[in-house]
Design a protein around this ligand. Sequence first.
Ligand code: AMP
Ligand code: ZN
Length: 471
Amino acid sequence: MTKSKLKLYNTLTREKALFQPIDAENVRLYVCGPTVYDFAHIGNARPVIVFDVLYRLLKYIYGQDSVTYVRNITDVDDKINARALQTFGKEIASGTLSVNDAIREVTEKTAKQFFEDMASLGCEEPNHQPRATDNITEMVALIQKLLDKGHAYYAKGAGGGEILFHVRSMKNYGALSNRSLEDNKAGARIDVESHKEDAGDFVLWKTSDQAMPGWKAVFTFQNEDHEIYGRPGWHIECSAMSERYLGKTFDIHGGGIDLVFPHHENEIAQSCCAFDVPHMANYWLHNGFLQVEGEKMSKSLGNFITVYELLHEEKVGGEKWSGAVVRFAMLMSHYREPIDFSVKRLQEAENTLKRLQRRAQEGESAGSLEAFYESLMDDLNTSQAIHALNSLSGSILKQAMAFLGFPSEFEINDLDIGLIEEKINQRLIALEEKDWARADKIRDELLAQGIQLKDNKDPQTGKRVTSFEVK
Ligand code: AMP
Ligand code: ZN
């Protein structure tokens, strides 16, 4: 079988290569998780779904207990601070709620919603979902290592001092994103950042004032101890948490393509320099963007649809969509391709999924899973794997669908029921009018969608009553 033939496209080497784990009994995967200040939009759901498929595939290849998947929760970030001040400004001002507690309220609520949304999309939970704020000690220790080894320095900047990573101290900084230090310089705002030794230097720890979340931390530099009440920079948490749960070098690191620079580049710099290892992760995988009318879906562009709205409100195409349909719409494309998200795509996903579910329920078990797994082994080609489902039926199709995280029975939501009842009424009218052709057409159309009508007589009135059954 094709089990050991997994090939993955590695952003680091820019080629597709055979995947070879460091330890086949513990294959280690890290994916950058959400910044929890607001509902997740469907662009945020893309890496979650994509890497969920990879997680399932790795477990299939190496064994259910031989994969460790870590996805962090970023619960310290200036966007979170802003949201907490906006929501709890009064309580903070009156002293009934501390800044840290207000932030915890925002992040707990958002993280809970994120877990619910991702479960609705058929995603399994990673083995560990550490929060940045539970790893402050680890981050401080890591920053100290970088200071000790001459990769970090303290600088007095605007808003208090900060500890910065010195990019020039690393020999091959920029290897992942293929950027030189000069490229970084060209895009930097030197005037604002004059406290930096190099334009590309990035923050590891920054001073917090009273309106910001902060932790007391002591750093040793210039032969003295310095207490800096502050908070970590953006990148350090992933270096600290991946080392804590997966070790200094692990197998696969994933995230959206927008994270290659600066986030992943800087994670590599921190980890490789602090731990003296040539690689933080051996394979770097990045999913393409989910777009709306040619633009990346993002909060800052305001062109986003949240997963919650899609599943629970009738905002998109006037319908609520099931998690399985959204997942299907996502996996119809290869993970590195951009996706143009549209109602048409959701409808197409819904129709195909229903057709497959019907065949899985009704058909005789037939077909081979060879092509299906072969496609997934080829750099997670879910688009081809879905295509391969067309040649399967019955229980073997159920098995393949379950592998991809799709239920093999379709749920009918309230809206579907409303539409079916309307059709039943139209058919009853057609029958009363003796328009048999129209009545049969309605019945057959419903049957094609897996809805079987049953006619009965009301024992009291003798009138025809029609019920339905999902096949
Ligand atoms: P954030 O919460 O913005 O840090 O993003 C969480 C994850 O979602 C990261 O892996 C991002 O790369 C990814 N992401 C954000 N927007 C999109 C998008 N429009 N398409 C695909 N992935 C995205
Ligand atoms: Zn990260």
